[in-house]
Design a binder for this molecule. Structure first.
Ligand SMILES: NC(=O)c1ccc[n+]([C@@H]2O[C@H](COP(=O)([O-])OP(=O)(O)OC[C@H]3O[C@@H](n4cnc5c(N)ncnc54)[C@H](OP(=O)(O)O)[C@@H]3O)[C@@H](O)[C@H]2O)c1
Length: 282
């Protein structure tokens, strides 16, 4: 039985990945920093290791007997004083260093679609710096490059619940978001394909306006979308860069960049965004 070490299982994608590896009969060793959060999530795993990816001394020997390492560790909404460089780059590098000592069969990492093109953004700069380290590690690797997750589309649903959806720009650019469950299946399928850095997204393509409209439709509420001109949004992002820490302006500049272009990657899976929104309905 193959053994996989999963880092990031307390997060949206990692939780589904842990489940999917289990369903595929892997022995799952899950690395978490917060055992309480792990228990709350009810993750089913064969082994749990408490470790802190930003502290390499807690990772010693963590890859012993491990065949595959999967990490979706990265800062999204966490507000715990770390920077993208500390976590997305250095944290994952700490894990890669351990994996290299044990010559694991495969190291899998989740970056973002077009990450190399967006290296001017703090979040992508850190992720792609890690990708460069992974490429030159000598290990066989996979970098999964998704565009948007259903969990992020929930932001539209949350705004619609409050009555108004705010969209950066005209909302006409497209995206094909993917569910955590479908993406987890894709990650496992990627182990045995030859492509080292596959791009992927969900089966349905929407404009951002259509996603907002879908949220209103599911809620049975009147549509109210407010478009914030992209020029003003980008100006605000530049000012925020000077005045605020990267964990404050980072998500803002990332969302502004995503919404200013089409983010349509090769499609995979079958989960429908409408069903995800229905599952969020109170
Ligand atoms: N959301 C999207 O649309 C999207 C699209 C493309 C790529 N991605 C990338 O995909 C990855 C996974 O996304 P996700 O939505 O699953 O994120 P998530 O729900 O926030 O999960 C992130 C994981 O990283 C861990 N983590 C964060 N900061 C940490 C720290 N300082 N020390 C140790 N662990 C830390 C979290 O642990 P805790 O639970 O303990 O905080 C969690 O397990 C991220 O790198 C994200 O940038 C996301």
């Amino acid at each position: 039985m193959k053994k996989v070490l999963i880092a990031g299982a307390t997060g949206y994608l990692g939780n589904y990945v842990a489940q999917a590896f289990k369903e595929e009969n892997y022995y799952t060793k899950v690395m978490v920093r917060n055992l309480e959060k792990f228990k709350e999530k009810g993750i089913n795993a064969d082994e749990i290791i408490q470790a802190e990816i930003t502290r390499p001394e807690t990772l010693i020997n963590i890859c012993d007997d491990v065949d595959i390492v999967f990490t979706s560790v990265g800062i999204t909404r966490q507000k715990d004083g770390f920077t993208y460089h500390d976590v997305d780059f250095q944290g994952n590098l700490n894990l890669l260093n351990e994996a290299s000592k044990r010559s694991v069969e495969k190291f899998m990492y989740v970056s973002v679609y077009n990450g190399e093109k967006f290296k001017n953004l703090k979040i992508c700069e850190a992720k792609e710096k890690f990708v460069e380290a992974l490429r030159s590690s000598g290990l066989d690797y996979r970098v999964i490059r998704p565009t948007g997750y259903f969990s992020d589309m929930s932001e539209y649903f949350g705004m619609a619940q409050k009555g108004k959806v705010y969209i950066f720009g005209n909302g006409n650019n497209q995206i094909n978001p993917i569910s955590g469950k479908d993406l987890a299946k894709f990650c496992i399928s990627a182990i045995n394909t030859g492509r080292t850095e596959p791009e992927v997204e969900g089966p349905e393509t929407f404009t951002h306006n259509q996603i907002a409209n879908l949220a209103f439709e599911v809620l049975g509420k009147p549509r109210k979308i407010i478009h914030l001109p992209m020029g003003i949004v980008k100006g605000a992002a530049n000012i925020m860069r000077w005045l605020m820490s990267s964990k404050t302006y980072g998500p803002f500049e990332f969302v502004a960049t995503i919404l200013s272009q089409n983010m349509v990657a090769p499609s995979f899976g079958s989960d429908k965004l409408e069903n995800h929104f229905k599952s969020l309905k109170p």
